[in-house]
Design a binder for this molecule. Structure first.
Ligand code: GLC
Length: 430
């Protein structure tokens, strides 16, 4: 199917208007603002209740739109809408790697939002959302990859939480095999995001960077991925498939990994902070049995590293209700809303002051304990590769997926990737 019609199908299937909320004021004063809420974990409800509260407070109306789960599928949908200058969605939630891809279609928040409101957020996140001097979105939450583990099972087998990926590989095998002998034939050592999509780029960047193998493309635009450390990292991950990771992980995104871990069928899981609150929900089979920590190092000489993620609220330039839309984006990124998100769905705030908030730390202590993991997270090369980032990422995730699925060996796949990236970038000129 040609890409255009694929996106059109996606669009009609994905764009579900989930309801309109009437505010209190007269119809004449009201705008109807449509807002695209994500749908991973509990975020749709969080977004909907936030938007409804804003509608009630301001007397406007909202239309809540649900979009696909995978980041790159959302991007395809928004690119399609925005390139048509569609006013269909006013407020869009954008991924931290998209500002350079969508900037031309987004309202400059720097002109609309008071300086002191912007200054509440981490300067690095504001910087990441600034393209050619324009602030294209207001940060809502930040993310970094984390390691979740079963405290009870590590204790049962006398194993410590792993400090290196090599340790993890060994511990995962020992616990998995022990538990299988004890009768849980569904259990695996580790689950992660192995589908060929943006999430695999995040996972594989963590493996590579933790081994000291760089960030695919460096800050100056040079393609660096074809190096022995990167290859060793990807090979180690490929060795997990069918040994300590289910073959199905090759099609897992965030929610499939969480489903396996939360139902008690994995010893370790790589996932984002949102998985914490859900794993501790009253009906979670692993409630009280889970630990969370920084991802392991790639060997004793390596480093702990988590990929930087996160989402922000932007307003479409084609919105017919831009004023009200900016107001909604401000509301959704206010300290009160970020606090509610941190408590209810364990989203990491983008407002430093909230890392000292007693209610947040009491409910989800890891948010404070792992602060350095979040502030030291490794960025994907979206700034260096500019409008080509999505192409770079899809070349990378496909090359890694080929290795994980045994279709290609790591050396051949990474060398081909290097050639493709040099071709796309016209040798680093991007
Ligand atoms: C999370 C991250 C986002 C990333 C995505 C990949 O939502 O916050 O930055 O692109 O996962 O699946």
């Amino acid at each position: 199917m040609p890409v255009g019609s694929r996106v059109a199908v996606l669009f009609s299937a994905a764009l579900v208007f989930a309801g309109t909320v009437l505010g209190a004021r007269s119809a004449a004063a009201q705008a109807t603002v449509s807002v695209a809420c994500g749908s991973v974990g509990a975020e749709f409800d969080l977004c909907k209740t936030g938007a409804e509260a804003w509608a009630k407070k301001t007397g406007n109306q909202i239309k809540v739109v649900s979009v696909p789960k995978d980041s790159n599928e959302q991007l395809a949908l928004f690119q399609q809408l925005l390139s048509q200058k569609s006013g269909e969605i006013d407020v869009i939630r954008i991924d931290v790697v998209w500002p350079g891809l969508l900037a031309q279609h987004l309202v400059d928040m720097g002109k609309e939002v008071p300086r002191d409101v912007i200054a509440q957020h981490f300067p690095a996140i504001i910087e990441a959302n600034t393209v050619s001097g324009h602030l294209v979105a207001l940060p809502a939450f930040t993310d970094a990859g984390l390691l979740y583990y079963r405290k009870d099972l590590l204790e049962k087998y006398g194993r410590k939480a792993p400090t290196t990926w090599q340790d993890l590989t060994e511990t995962a095998k020992i616990v998995q095999d022990g538990e299988r002998k004890a009768g849980n034939d569904k259990i695996y050592g580790i689950v992660f995001q192995g589908r060929a999509y943006e999430g695999l780029t995040c996972n594989a960047l963590e493996w590579v960077d933790s081994f000291g193998g760089g960030t695919i493309v460096d800050g100056q635009g040079k393609v660096t991925i074809n190096n022995p450390k990167a290859i060793a990292a990807i090979k180690l991950a490929a060795s997990w498939i069918k040994n300590i990771a289910p073959e199905g992980v090759l099609n897992y995104a965030e929610e499939e990994a969480r489903g396996a871990f939360q139902s008690g069928n994995a010893v370790f899981m790589r996932n984002w902070p949102y998985a914490w609150a859900l794993s501790q929900a009253p009906d979670s089979p692993v409630k009280g049995k889970v630990g969370v920590m920084a991802l392991p190092k790639g060997g004793a000489e390596g480093k702990n590293t988590g990929t930087l993620g996160g989402w922000q609220w932007a307003v479409s330039k084609y919105s017919k209700n831009a004023k009200a839309a900016v107001d909604l984006a401000m509301y959704l990124t206010s300290p009160e809303e970020e606090k509610r998100a941190a408590i209810e769905v364990s989203f990491n705030p983008t407002i430093p002051a909230l890392y000292k908030d007693k209610d947040i730390l009491a409910k989800n202590p890891f948010i404070g304990e792992l602060l350095s993991t979040f502030t030291n997270a490794v960025a994907r090369p979206s700034r260096a590769t500019k409008s080509k980032y999505n192409q770079v990422s899809s070349e990378f995730w496909n090359a890694v997926h080929e290795v994980l699925s045994g279709k290609s060996d790591a050396e051949a796949s990474i060398s081909k990737l290097e050639k493709n990236l040099n071709r796309i970038s016209r040798n680093g000129k991007w």
